[in-house]
Design a protein around this ligand. Structure first.
Ligand code: HSE
Length: 307
């Protein structure tokens, strides 16, 4: 195989109560990449379309993760990357993770799969760190595996795949403002109250249990974030109103997607998800901030080969 085209999906990290550890994968929203072997050694980005991102490998998230893999593999040929970004950087739906995992997934295929999935995550975290000034895998893991994932450890990488209830749908609101992950991380306190920690880990435990037992009510009751949301929601226009609207329209729960500005809601069934989307659009239209919304089933496949 000389060339592969892949689809690298958008993802929702944190999922309210699982800061830096929990995430899930979205359907139909993602980047495309063509990865090709080249005679000339090294990694080159030959196309970067969609958003104004650097072609320089050291400054591009897909390039940094690709370089990490390339150094380890040390093949006697090179790679060219064509990147077609559809996920806006700074959107909160895993734009950097899609870039970071996409390049290394494709390169590993062309090399004959010498690296394990955990190793791919390690390479991808190097790329993710360029965007967030921190290595975390809560977007990368669901982008690779699909479904819900829990990052048990990053050193060494240990990912748990969590079952996806069949009727679960996500609604995403993406106000078209950019929030840099590194900035969204800098507003968070380095210490939290023991009481808040207790609330957060109780919710995370119950959410994981609810996903295993298809308990939609418990999913909704667990979607609370007392760690990041109080600090980050202030930067998201009409956050409280959008959250309340989603609840009234039947959502199980709503919170910030990753570091924002996107907001996600989880819903039982497509009809409710469509209704939540419709009601939120009414609010969004009155706000004067451009936006996009998506209704998505949970993607249980993760990154895939297009051809
Ligand atoms: N867990 C990360 C954060 C996700 O909330 O900062 C964004 O990359």
């Amino acid at each position: 195989m000389q060339e592969v085209k892949i689809f690298s999906p958008a993802t929702v990290a944190n999922v309210a109560c699982g800061f830096d550890v929990l995430g899930f994968c979205l359907d139909g929203i993602g980047d495309e990449m063509i990865i090709r072997k080249s005679k000339e050694k090294g990694v080159r980005i030959v196309v970067s379309e969609g958003f104004d991102l650097p072609l320089s490998v050291e400054k591009n998230i897909a390039g940094v993760s690709a370089q990490a893999l390339y150094k380890k593999a040390n093949p006697d040929f090179g790679f060219e990357l064509e990147i077609y970004k559809h996920i806006k950087p700074g959107s909160g739906i895993g734009s950097s993770a899609a870039s970071a995992i996409g390049s290394v997934f494709g390169m590993n295929l062309l090399l004959g799969n010498p690296f394990s999935q955990n190793e791919l995550i390690e390479f991808a975290m190097k790329g993710e760190a360029l965007a967030s000034a921190d290595e975390h895998a809560d977007n990368i893991a669901p982008a690779l595996f699909g479904g819900f994932t829990l990052v048990k450890n990053t050193k060494p990488v240990h990912i748990l795949q969590i079952p996806t209830p069949r009727e679960l749908y996500a609604v995403i609101v993406h106000p078209q403002i950019e929030i840099k992950t590194s900035e969204a991380r800098s507003v968070l306190p380095q210490q939290i109250d023991l009481k808040d920690a207790t609330t957060q880990w109780a919710n995370l435990g119950s959410l994981v249990h609810a996903l295993h037992t298809n308990d939609y009510t418990l999913i909704g009751e667990s979607l609370n974030d007392v760690v990041a949301e109080p600090y980050r929601s202030k930067a998201i226009p009409n956050y409280d109103m959008l959250k309340k609207t989603a609840k009234n329209a039947g959502a199980l729960g709503t919170s910030i997607s990753g570091s924002g500005p996107s907001i996600f809601s989880l819903c039982e069934g497509k009809d409710i998800a469509e209704n939540v989307n419709k009601e939120q659009i009414k609010i969004l239209n009155s706000m004067g901030v451009p936006f996009e919304t998506y209704v998505s089933k949970i993607n249980t496949k993760g990154v895939t080969i297009v051809k």
